[in-house]
Structure formats: structure tokens, C-alpha cells
Design a protein around this ligand. Structure first.
Ligand code: SF4
Ligand code: SF4
Ligand code: SF4
Length: 276
């Protein structure tokens, strides 16, 4: 019973994901959905369980389980373009399938419940970037280039719109090639920025187009890390280890970089007073 109580969040996640999978399987007559959501839910639940056991690589394991599944199995083997370009493509065709469902669940409505958990535990771009040497950014001062995310967001939209208007012969093939090309560009830009700014998550902070969806939705997130002011001794360790430069000791939603928290729990692990 004590074990179940400790892992109630894992059970909750499992139930949510399997419920979504079953509902989609029944409504869309496709058993893929129960497999897909079941797999992702089980991976996240396993990660939360390992976190409770204080296993230090728990988050990385979830990132790899989900990230490789989405990049290799869904993207490369099943030819589903889960990038933002794939989302625009399916949106234009009016098809509520793979990428549109993925965006609705993980990046548009999901952040209302679990904030930017996607960025901390599932994104296949960050899965690679998190292997780079600058896990803690050299400087927590943000550069004033955050507007670039709107440029990449607009570019991704315009490129797919142009393709849609040109109507090349084999659109599915074109979307597959764009998935490969898009990933290469995003990885190259992410690695370049990480080394340039000595910050693994520089791409997430300045260039990632998906944050245009994620940031406003996560502002209203039900799940948030809070600081117990009674316990906090203002040692500043939590801010020092944060990969996203969030001041988590400020509990207000409008705190500096407030929509940037990726729920990685590095601050909570570092806090000597267990105030987070
Ligand atoms: S900000 Fe973008 S690249 Fe970074 S983890 Fe989130 S979705 Fe992935
Ligand atoms: S505030 Fe904590 S959980 Fe959020 S990104 Fe920073 S270290 Fe991770
Ligand atoms: S690490 Fe803990 S005690 Fe130190 S400032 Fe952060 S919340 Fe407060």
C-alpha cells in the first residue's frame, strides 16, 4: 500500500495514457493508438518510478525510450513526420492523424496538465543535446534573440504551405525527406548553439519553433514545482543547476523564465533543504 501511494503519479500517468490510447483505438478503429500511447505512458511511468527510487539516470532513460521510439520507429520506419512541418501538413490536409494527435496531446493541450514535461522527458532533439558537455549553462544571462523562435515557426509554416500549393507528385515521399532534412537542420543548429553559448539547451531557449505552442500553454499548467518558503534558505543552488535559467524560488506564474521549466527536477535534487 505504501509502495502504491509513493508511485501514485506513475499509476495515474499509465491510466491517462492507456485511456487516451483505448479511446482513439475505438474511435479511429486502429489498434496502433493503444500500442503507441501504452508504450509512451509505460516509459514515462517507469521513469517516474525510477525517480522515486532516486535513480539518477531516470529522466535520461525516459528521454531515450520515448525519443528513439518517436525518431526511429515512428519517423524513420513508419514514415510519420512528427515534426512541426508534419503537423502543418496534416493540418492542411484536414487529417486528424499521427502528427496532429501528437501535437494536440503533447504540445498544445497536454502542457495545461504537465507543463513542458515533453521537453524534459520526451523530445528527441533534446535527447541528443543533453549528451553535450554544457548541462549547466556557463551563463544564466539570456541573450536577446528569443524572437528567432518566431522566425523558425513562420518558416516551417511557409515551407509546408508552399509545398502544399506546388503539390509535388509524391507528397508522402517529400514529407519523409523533409523529416530527415528537418532533423538534420535542427540537430546541427542545436549542436552549434550549444557550443557557441556553452549551453546544451540554447536551441530550446532561442530557436525551437515548438516553444511558440509550449510556452503560453505551460503558463497555465496544473503541475508546477513550488518552493516551500519556510524551508528555503536562499542558497541559490537551484538556480545554479537549472538548465533553463528559471528562478524556481519564485512561486508566481509570471516569474522570470517561468514558462521555461522543463520539469527536469535538477533543482529539487540539488536543494539541500528539500524545499522544492
Ligand atoms: S524546446 Fe523544442 S527542442 Fe527543446 S526540448 Fe522542447 S520541443 Fe525539444
Ligand atoms: S526549475 Fe528545476 S525542474 Fe525546472 S527546468 Fe530548472 S532545474 Fe529543471
Ligand atoms: S536550493 Fe533549496 S534552499 Fe537553496 S535557494 Fe533553492 S529552494 Fe532555497
Amino acid at each position: 500500500m505504501k509502495m502504491l501511494k509513493r508511485n501514485i503519479m506513475s499509476v495515474f500517468i499509465l491510466l491517462i495514457f492507456f485511456t487516451v490510447g483505448v479511446v482513439l483505438t475505438v474511435t479511429k478503429h486502429n489498434t496502433f493508438y493503444v500500442f503507441n500511447f501504452g508504450y509512451i505512458g509505460t516509459s514515462i511511468a517507469l521513469g517516474l518510478f525510477l525517480m522515486n527510487m532516486e535513480y539518477k539516470h531516470a529522466r535520461r532513460i525516459v528521454q531515450l525510450l520515448v525519443g528513439i521510439y518517436m525518431l526511429v520507429f515512428l519517423g524513420l520506419i513508419s514514415n510519420e513526420n512528427m515534426q512541426i512541418e508534419g503537423f502543418w501538413y496534416y493540418l492542411f490536409t484536414g487529417v486528424f492523424e499521427a502528427a496532429t494527435i501528437h501535437y494536440a496531446v503533447a504540445k498544445i493541450f497536454g502542457p495545461l496538465f504537465f507543463g513542458r514535461g515533453w521537453c524534459g522527458y520526451a523530445c528527441w532533439t533534446a535527447m541528443v543535446l543533453d549528451f553535450l558537455p554544457y548541462k549547466i549553462p556557463e551563463s544564466h544571462e539570456r541573450r536577446k534573440i528569443g524572437y528567432l523562435r518566431y522566425v523558425t515557426f513562420a518558416l516551417s509554416f511557409i515551407c509546408v504551405l508552399a509545398l502544399f500549393m506546388i503539390k509535388p507528385g509524391n507528397m508522402a515521399r517529400v514529407m519523409f525527406i523533409s523529416f530527415i532534412a528537418g532533423n538534420i537542420i535542427y540537430y546541427a543548429a542545436g549542436i552549434f548553439l550549444a557550443y557557441k553559448f556553452k549551453d546544451n539547451r540554447a536551441f530550446c531557449k532561442y530557436l525551437c519553433p515548438i516553444t511558440v505552442f509550449l510556452k503560453p500553454m505551460s503558463y497555465f499548467s496544473l503541475t508546477r514545482i513550488k518552493c516551500d518558503k519556510e524551508k528555503c534558505v536562499n542558497c541559490g543552488l537551484c538556480k545554479k543547476v537549472c538548465p533553463m535559467d528559471v528562478d524556481i524560488t519564485d512561486n508566481s506564474r509570471s516569474r522570470k523564465n517561468g514558462t521555461e521549466c522543463i520539469m527536469c527536477m535538477e533543482c529539487a535534487k540539488a536543494c539541500p533543504k528539500k524545499a522544492l
